[in-house]
Design a protein around this ligand. Structure first.
Ligand code: DP6
Length: 318
């Protein structure tokens, strides 16, 4: 009754922001992402005869996160399941806008499914991960992944494998602290108060279609334009919420300037940011080294991580 799984975070190219159903955690819009390779979360789940679930994250007791994790285990293994000892380990900062909840819940559902021998298929596991954290549904799959919301459930599909278009992602860390406001709460604020929210919802299908076409055509220039536009729209929603949510800091803006300078010199690179101040530079393979060096030298950048694209969540055999 014990199993371990690994999943990597994913970077949203076309963003999920807003929910159509808060109870089921159904996204209001479709999204498209890249699953990374070298950042990971490993999750061990052991169902035992203990009184309560126990969660350890990176060597420390993590009681605050436990209710969400327990609910997710209930969905995978049923509410009558035995209690679980869960041990989570990540090789990158958590809750800092680097999609740690995506890799964590994707790894959790896969480990729990194996440990409890519940036999859910991959699409169902993606739905269960998504019920815990919308973006986690995408980390169940590798490469380029699309999430489509339905009225009662989501559909998640792999559009292309990691090695079909081996893009590189440089992550510029500008602040390693936990973000002041989580994405669920910030989304809710945008839904309620941003004057642009309705327009965001209406325009998303257009961005998704354009990004998909660019992916199928391997057209990096078109993909860059759509993804930067979609990212800036998402952040416009947070800026125009009441009270506003500004995830960026001065170094975030400096990184955007670095990317613009690289683009002006003809390099294949574009930026995207999620619910945090880190900048992810998506690069053509031949532009990755120069983008990494430029971001390392950008004022305010603490450190830089690089990753290729990777596979979906999977069981770890020792
Ligand atoms: C900005 O998946 O963290 O990263 O479903 O409330 O857990 P919950 O939200 P979450 O939101 C991710 C928001 C985003 C964009 C994205 O990943 O698509």
């Amino acid at each position: 009754m014990q199993a371990s799984a690994q999943a990597q975070p994913n970077i949203a190219l076309v963003k999920y922001w807003g929910k159509r159903d808060h109870v089921l955690n159904l996204p209001a819009v479709g999204s498209l992402s890249l699953t990374l390779d070298s950042l990971w979360t490993r999750m061990s789940v052991s169902f035992e005869d203990i009184e309560h679930d126990v969660l350890e994250v990176n060597g420390a007791d993590a009681t605050a996160m436990l209710p969400r994790v327990s609910r997710c285990l209930d969905l995978v293994a049923g509410e009558e399941r035995r209690r679980a000892r869960i041990i989570s380990e990540s090789n990158f900062p958590i809750a800092a806008g680097l999609a740690s909840s995506a890799s964590a819940f994707a790894a959790l559902v896969v480990a729990a499914n194996e440990a409890a021998e519940t036999g859910h298929g991959t699409r169902q596991l993606a739905r269960l991960a998504g019920a815990a954290s919308g973006s986690a549904a995408r980390s169940v799959f590798g490469g380029f992944v699309q999430l489509t919301p339905g009225d009662a459930a989501i559909e998640v599909e792999q559009l292309a494998r990691a090695d079909d278009w081996p893009l590189q992602v440089i992550v510029a860390l500008t602040n390693e602290d936990q973000k002041p406001i989580g994405s669920s709460e910030a989304m809710m604020r945008s839904e309620k108060s941003s004057p642009f929210y309705q327009r965001w919802i209406e325009a998303q299908a257009l961005d998704l279609g354009a990004a998909r076409d660019a992916l199928f055509d391997r057209n990096f220039a078109v993909l860059s334009g759509v993804c930067e536009h979609n990212c800036l729209k998402m952040h416009s929603l947070t800026w125009t919420s009441r009270p506003p949510v500004v995830y960026w800091n001065a170094a975030t803006v400096s990184c955007l300037e670095t990317v613009r300078t690289l683009q002006a010199k003809g390099h294949g690179v574009f930026f995207t940011m999620d619910a945090g101040p880190q900048v992810k530079a998506v690069c053509l393979p031949e532009s990755a080294a120069v983008a990494k060096a430029a971001l390392e030298q950008t004022p305010g950048v603490i450190r830089v991580m690089s990753s290729g694209l990777g596979d979906g969540a999977r069981v770890l055999k020792d």
